[in-house]
Ligand binder design. Structure first.
Ligand code: SF4
Ligand code: SF4
Length: 169
């Protein structure tokens, strides 16, 4: 990670919408949680419509099933350039769709900034670019997931997990 970027502490003075590309990319902590399979559990499944917020009776449920293209040790996408081709549902968070941030886990650093909670002490930007503090704080997917090409997705209910909602600091 660019040292001068870290030293500038741009996240304290620049809003998400005013960040340049390099700054925007650096906000991603690389936890890998956005590559988990999740779904909306609704009281009225028949009435599902696209939404930019959770409605009454709806809950975002996470599983520990992760996309097969995630390197589960480094938490980097192994097909980053072709990801939307291979996984049409793979959504890249941008300034335009950041309003849909409720789809991201509580610990997602974009969500933390969007909600005014600041970066957590485990964020790589606050640890000389290292992800070790994040792994130690139990934030990333390392050691907790199975890949979606290794399980029967019909059995997704067996994989419902609460740890993706974990955030700290
Ligand atoms: S959840 Fe947010 S911070 Fe974590 S890898 Fe995904 S986009 Fe980056
Ligand atoms: S294609 Fe890459 S970025 Fe998209 S969900 Fe899979 S691992 Fe994550």
């Amino acid at each position: 990670m660019n040292k001068s970027l870290i030293e500038s502490q741009f996240w304290l003075s620049t809003s998400l919408e005013n960040m340049n590309n390099e700054q925007w990319e650096a906000i991603c902590d690389g936890c890998g949680k956005c590559c988990l399979n999740s779904f909306i559990d609704s009281d009225s499944e028949d009435d599902f419509e696209p939404t930019d917020s959770l409605r009454e009776g709806e809950e975002l449920i996470y599983t520990n099933i992760v996309c097969q293209y995630l390197d589960t040790q480094s938490c980097y996408c192994t097909e980053y350039e072709k990801r939307t081709q291979f996984v049409p549902s793979c959504v890249q968070l941008t300034k335009e769709n950041v309003k849909d941030i409720f789809f991201m886990p509580q610990s997602c650093s974009y969500r933390r900034l969007y909600e005014g909670r600041g970066l957590a002490s485990w964020h790589p930007l606050l640890n000389n670019g290292s992800k070790q503090a994040m792994h130690k704080a139990d934030i990333s997917v390392v050691g907790k997931v199975v890949k979606d090409n290794e399980v029967d997705l019909e059995d997704f209910e067996d994989y419902i997990s609460h740890w993706p909602q974990h955030d700290c600091d």
